[in-house]
Design a protein around this ligand. Structure first.
Ligand SMILES: Cc1cc2nc3c(=O)[nH]c(=O)nc-3n(C[C@H](O)[C@H](O)[C@H](O)COP(=O)(O)OP(=O)(O)OC[C@H]3O[C@@H](n4cnc5c(N)ncnc54)[C@H](O)[C@@H]3O)c2cc1C
Length: 262
């Protein structure tokens, strides 16, 4: 059964990142979740339809008309506090296109959304010699959660891609982790360029890199896995969204890419 989240307040973190705080009577689904990239699947009803609180997405695929099925969007869940029943999601506000971004840009306290999950797949490994955390605004929530989970003596590089200095979020990092901001310059793979430009450190690195699909999957991923030869198990690298595609179109692109990769 999904978790019902009700908006309590919002905060503007930067011109393109809006934090929405939620309350829930039952956050038990988060009790066992320890991955710092924990994510939920938010369920947005189609206009004119009602999605019940006990909505079963799998069952609905066979019983609902395709055009009535709600839109599902993936977001990182921050600071889940099961006892207090609170959590936050930082939404990239990216204009009028899409469902979740525009919803977050205008949402007011009292409104609700259903969430399935959480899922997740990454936790900082305290035994790594150094950490590489890189991404654009969509990965800032997961990166900030990873930074908060690193031990005080952790070392590494944190690379964040945003539009301009005014869009740089505040990030708390251990002293040994260098945080650098990069600004989009119109090039095709700005995150990959920023990661390539890093001075590579010695020792075993654990990497977490997410952002725009083309930049990450065609730029950063081959650099880390093929050129740097990092073991697959030490690397969490994937697209979080795809320029010019909705999340549905992005999922299709990812599966085509996976098929082509064999
Ligand atoms: C595991 C995971 C965790 C994620 N965590 C977060 C998170 O915490 N916060 C967050 O904001 N996003 C996060 N994302 C990315 C988010 O799911 C996508 O950005 C999603 O497409 C947004 O849905 P939408 O309805 O706003 O836009 P869609 O309907 O999917 O797309 C509409 C248009 O908006 C464009 N668009 C979508 N996202 C962006 C963007 N970030 N910047 C610029 N243009 C965009 C698309 O290219 C498309 O042209 C995460 C994704 C994954 C897979």
């Amino acid at each position: 059964m999904p978790t019902k989240l009700t908006v309590t307040r919002t905060e503007e973190l930067t011109p393109s990142l809006r934090r929405v705080w939620f309350r829930s009577d039952d956050l038990s689904a988060f009790a066992e979740s320890t991955d710092t990239d924990r994510y939920v699947k938010l369920i947005f009803p189609q206009p004119g339809t009602v999605v019940p609180d006990d909505f079963d997405v799998k069952a609905a695929r066979t019983t609902w008309a395709a055009e009535d099925l709600p839109v599902v969007r993936t977001y990182t869940a921050l600071f889940p506090d099961v006892a207090a029943g609170t959590l936050a999601i930082d939404f990239v506000v990216h204009g009028d296109e899409g469902v979740a971004g525009p919803w977050a840009a205008r949402v007011q306290p009292g409104e609700s959304v259903l969430a399935n999950g959480p899922g997740g797949g990454y936790t900082p490994d305290v035994d790594a010699d150094w950490h590489l955390l890189a991404g654009d605004e969509s990965a800032v929530p997961a990166i900030s959660a990873a930074l908060a989970a690193l031990p005080e003596d952790a070392v590494g590089e944190c690379v964040v891609l945003v539009d301009s200095p005014a869009h740089e979020p505040r990030l708390e990092a251990p002293q040994g982790v260098t945080v650098s901001f990069h600004h989009r310059d119109g090039s095709d793979a700005p995150l990959a360029a920023a990661v390539r430009a890093l001075e590579w450190r010695d020792g075993r690195v654990q990497a977490f890199v997410h952002g725009e699909g083309e930049d990450v999957m065609k730029g950063v991923r081959p650099y880390l896995l093929a050129e740097r030869g990092l073991p697959r198990a030490d690397v969490s690298v994937s697209g979080y969204w795809r320029r010019g595609r909705t999340e549905e179109g992005f999922r299709q692109w990812k599966s085509q890419l996976a098929t082509a990769d064999g």
